[in-house]
Design a protein around this ligand. Sequence first.
Ligand SMILES: CC(C)(COP(=O)(O)OP(=O)(O)OC[C@H]1O[C@@H](n2cnc3c(N)ncnc32)[C@H](O)[C@@H]1OP(=O)(O)O)[C@@H](O)C(=O)NCCC(=O)NCCS
Length: 158
Amino acid sequence: MTVVLVTEIDGLVLRELLREDLEAFTALVERNRAHLPEQWEATATPNELAAYFDEPWDDNLRLGIRLAGELIGRVDLNPIAPPNHVLGYWLDVDHRGRGYATAACRSVVEHARRHLDAAEIYAGVTHGNDRSVAVLDRLGFEKVDTLDTYDRYRLVLS
Ligand SMILES: CC(C)(COP(=O)(O)OP(=O)(O)OC[C@H]1O[C@@H](n2cnc3c(N)ncnc32)[C@H](O)[C@@H]1OP(=O)(O)O)[C@@H](O)C(=O)NCCC(=O)NCCS
């Protein structure tokens, strides 16, 4: 069954990304290439995106962030070592600054807590990505490790 999650913001929902979303997703990526320095999609060709949608190489829960039906971003939950997961997220550049990423990630964390029996959620943030750190701060993550290029954050679910 397709996963759909509501958020605390009216009209903002998350819905599992499916093959039928490829066209909208590709258009979203095209608009955002310059604004996604760390995401693999930023350098993926349309054919590579299509191949990924046909046969994803990850086991992530892949969710599209939708505002009034329009695809505006993505949140992933990677079951890297269940019950531990890794959270990833990005938002369309024109929709930043309104709390959408925070609300979307909060719903995903809640889903992980309630339905996936997740114990810990991790996120890696490249040094200097302050907006991403701010999202994690708002969700209660704490920095647990500093590596060469990024910091590791963790949220322990109770
Ligand atoms: C990381 C990223 C998703 C953060 O986006 P964002 O828009 O800053 O985050 P949010 O959508 O949660 O919005 C937060 C902003 O909305 C404001 N806001 C308004 N209403 C809000 C609400 N109800 N809740 C939280 N914040 C709210 C906050 O004050 C904040 O404003 P500020 O930027 O002026 O401080 C975005 O910068 C991005 O996609 N970056 C590229 C990809 C990336 O780096 N991903 C993370 C990899 S680790």
